[in-house]
Design a protein around this ligand. Structure first.
Ligand code: NAP
Length: 291
């Protein structure tokens, strides 16, 4: 079956991975990058390097852009505006929801269809069946190009007709990732003081994370229902353990700021009269209406 010709603009670490996946899957692939020299390996693998960004846009009906930020997308596409008409612009550059919505409007004014995507993976995972790219845009447009787009991430999905929503999912998921990383770094530093290496501690930590994920199922339901009665551990009972974490950390010279934040979140909620509620009640701290 003939594969759809594609263009990939931006050949940083991610753009090279995207273009490489298209080439490997047999898509006629045109590439372009602002700074020359980054296309050599791709050309060796079968891609075609366009002489200009206009030529790159004109070379394929589906144009994937993945550069540093939205300002870069606008700057590089400006000279290729005329060539955009009738094409599908798939922007996989990370950014904010309002930037995605503005760019979709800008593309529409130039006669281009638009899909926005958030890549939830690092470059080595591009093309893998389990890789997720979250898309926003018109469902019929996504369906038309789904077979081509799943080449980049086999578990990709359209989450909304709103092109801004992938950016919100992106930062929400990254926030969970960084909080988890920080908790692990604190714990590993603590274990280190007992001469327990991070790798020796790891199996215990990853097993614990599975249990933590199961708590989230309960908390998500409670948040949606607005009913927070503790069925596991009340907020009140979590004050002593978090203070133990602060004590064990402080006496070993380990930074206590994460643990102190947790203590503050819990004691604030208890102070608002929620001592017997579950940890899910802490969501009030983050909500705009209760801040
Ligand atoms: N790497 C990851 O793990 C990852 C994961 C998810 C999402 N992303 C997102 O993917 C995008 C690209 O990331 P990356 O890792 O490929 O970054 P990168 O390796 O730093 O590459 C940046 C790319 O942007 C181009 N660029 C920067 N400013 C430009 C401008 N003003 N005009 C034209 N091109 C410009 C660069 O071109 P030059 O070569 O000419 O400098 C290069 O192709 C970012 O939005 C990033 O957040 C990355």
């Amino acid at each position: 079956m003939a594969r759809t010709p594609v263009t990939v603009i931006g050949l940083g670490l991610m753009g090279q991975a995207l273009a490489g996946a298209f080439v490997r899957a047999g898509h006629p692939t045109t590439v372009w990058n602002r700074t020359p020299g980054k296309a050599d390996a791709l050309v060796g693998a079968g891609a075609t390097e366009a002489p200009s960004v206009e030529a790159a846009v004109a070379a394929a009906p589906l144009v994937v852009v993945c550069v540093r930020d939205y300002d870069a997308v606008r700057a590089l596409l400006a000279p290729a505006e005329a060539a955009l008409s009738g094409r599908v612009l798939v922007n996989l550059t990370s950014g904010a929801s309002d930037e995605a919505r503005e760019l979709a409007g800008w593309a529409a004014e130039r006669g281009a269809d638009y899909l926005d995507g958030a890549i939830m993976m690092t470059p080595p995972g591009i093309g893998a069946p389990e890789t997720v790219i979250l898309y926003g845009g018109p469902p019929s447009l996504y369906e038309t190009h789904e077979q081509t787009l799943v080449t980049l991430g086999g578990a990709s999905t359209l989450i909304s007709h709103d092109v801004g929503l992938p950016a919100v999912y992106d930062v929400a998921l990254l926030g969970i990732m960084w909080s988890t990383f920080n908790g692990f770094m604190h714990a590993a530093a603590l274990m280190e003081t007992e001469k327990i290496s991070a790798t020796a501690f790891l199996p215990m930590a990853t097993g614990w994370l599975k249990g933590v994920a199961s708590f989230l199922e309960v908390y998500a339901r409670q948040i949606d229902d607005g009913s927070y009665t503790a069925v596991d551990a009340s907020l009140e009972t979590q004050i002593p353990p978090v203070r133990h974490l602060i004590h064990e950390s402080r006496t070993r010279g380990i930074d206590t700021s994460l643990a102190e934040l947790t203590e503050r979140l819990i004691t604030e909620a208890v102070g608002r009269g929620h001592a017997l509620d579950s940890y899910a009640r802490v969501i009030d701290h983050f909500r705009p209406s209760t801040r």
